[in-house]
Design a protein around this ligand. Structure first.
Ligand SMILES: [Zn+2]
Ligand SMILES: [Zn+2]
Length: 420
């Protein structure tokens, strides 16, 4: 298959479907649902895909679904594409016709956009499959509950990645103009874990610390020694940092308490360091506690690892996107300190998460807000861009990494697109 055919097919598909996808997104935006409550969203997506002959399988908890497009069960390549479908518990403060109609719930992270893009991508790929142009199977994963970092684990538990060889996803980026894709090899999002240390001792009179264990002093040592020791035990390039946010112990100036608690977060940009962090923190807590005669228990709560983009998969996204969007449309992007549960998938299969520009070009972006702000909105031309990007990436990956060659210098019709 040659790339100019794909470009032509995509442009033709979007000419007849882009307005519908924008409306689809606006409908989801007006009816946002938080994690595991995405029943209406699930129904809308499933009905639309079923209407084009696809067979969505709803996930066990009742929201989100998995839909296979094309191919057979012959062990051929399967490429997965994921969209998260949940909204945030925030009040929508936008003055637009499609503002949230549900008090206290808002699509402020762009997951409505991701969902509309994956619906469009699925419809396009189904059309290609029917024409015998899809060289394998593409699995669409509509994942619930990303904001609580739990939904990806449900998809994994349901066997959603069975037979999948590579996996791709995207996230809205309000700091990048619509029309552009941001890509990065290696980690693109960060890990953020929660750590709580509880220290206990016999307690006693502050006149006689030598007859008991000076618990507040020991707690203070843990607070200062742990971040310092971590910075000497872990490669500084991993940017592993422990920062305390809460501490409590004692009730009286002259009584050594018998319990104290400190909690904070561990942020980390590196996957290896993230995997080693709990054991290391435990070892350091134990050694400080031992030195001061107190007992310490550690509660290390994992949220998500960093999302680590595979080198080959990142190159596929870049090659495929440039083939259908035009040269120079993929830019490098920096690693974010935010967390993203797409990371769980990439612990199992190679893949890549892309950033999709959603800023209105020339606007500076201030009027539509940042992710998780109650005024967050997007330039909806990004929906068509996202369909082009995901569809081309899936087909490129099915061709086992051989990039689609764009045989004609394609002037993207969306370089200065009009709003659908
Ligand atoms: Zn979010
Ligand atoms: Zn998000």
């Amino acid at each position: 298959m040659d790339g100019s055919d794909l470009v032509a097919d995509l442009e033709q598909f979007l000419a007849s479907h882009e307005a519908e996808l924008v409306e689809f997104r606006r409908d989801l935006h007006a009816h946002p649902e938080i994690g595991y409550n995405e029943h209406r969203t699930t129904r809308r997506v499933a009905l639309r895909l079923a209407a084009s002959g696809l067979r969505p399988v709803i996930l066990p908890k009742g929201t989100g679904m998995i839909v296979d497009v094309g191919g057979s069960n012959d062990g051929g390549p399967v490429v997965a594409l994921r969209a998260d479908i949940d909204a945030l518990p925030l009040q929508d403060e936008k003055k637009v016709a499609y503002a949230s109609t549900t008090p206290g719930v808002c699509h402020a992270c762009g997951h409505d956009v991701h969902t509309a893009i994956l619906v469009g991508t699925g419809l396009f790929l189904a059309q290609q499959a029917a024409a015998g142009l899809l060289p394998g199977r593409v699995r669409l994963i509509f994942q619930p509950a990303e904001e609580t970092a739990l939904g990806a684990l449900d998809v994994l538990a349901a066997g959603g990645l069975a037979s999948v060889g590579r996996m791709f996803g995207l996230h809205c980026d309000p700091r990048l103009d619509a029309g552009y894709v941001g890509m990065r090899t290696g980690p693109i999002t960060a890990a953020c874990d929660k750590v709580t240390v509880e220290v206990t001792g016999p307690g006693g009179h502050t006149a006689r610390p030598h007859l008991t264990a000076d618990l507040v002093y020991a707690l203070g040592k843990i607070v200062t020694e742990l971040p310092a020791a971590l910075s000497r035990r872990v490669d500084p390039r991993s940017s592993l940092s422990l920062v305390w946010g809460q501490i409590s112990a004692g009730a009286a100036a002259n009584a050594i308490p018998d319990v104290g608690v400190v909690s904070g977060t561990v942020r980390c940009l590196d996957d290896d360091a993230w995997h080693r962090a709990p054991d290391l923190v435990k070892e350091l807590v134990d050694s400080v506690a031992l030195a001061y005669g107190v007992s310490a228990s550690l509660d290390y709560h994992r949220t998500v690892p960093p999302t680590v983009n595979d080198t080959d998969c990142a190159a596929m996204v870049t090659a495929a996107s440039e083939a259908v969007l035009g040269p120079g449309r993929v830019v490098s992007t920096s690693q974010s300190l935010g967390g993203e549960d797409f990371a769980w998938y990439l612990e199992s299969v190679p893949g890549a998460l892309a950033r999709l520009g959603t800023r209105v070009p020339g606007s500076g972006g201030t009027e539509v807000g940042d992710l998780h702000q109650p005024i967050f909105d997007v330039d909806e031309r990004a929906i068509g861009i996202g369909v082009r990007m995901l569809a081309a990436t899936a087909i490129t990956a099915l061709w086992d990494g051989t990039p689609i060659t764009n045989t004609q210098a394609h002037t993207p019709t969306h370089a200065t697109p009009t709003r659908a």
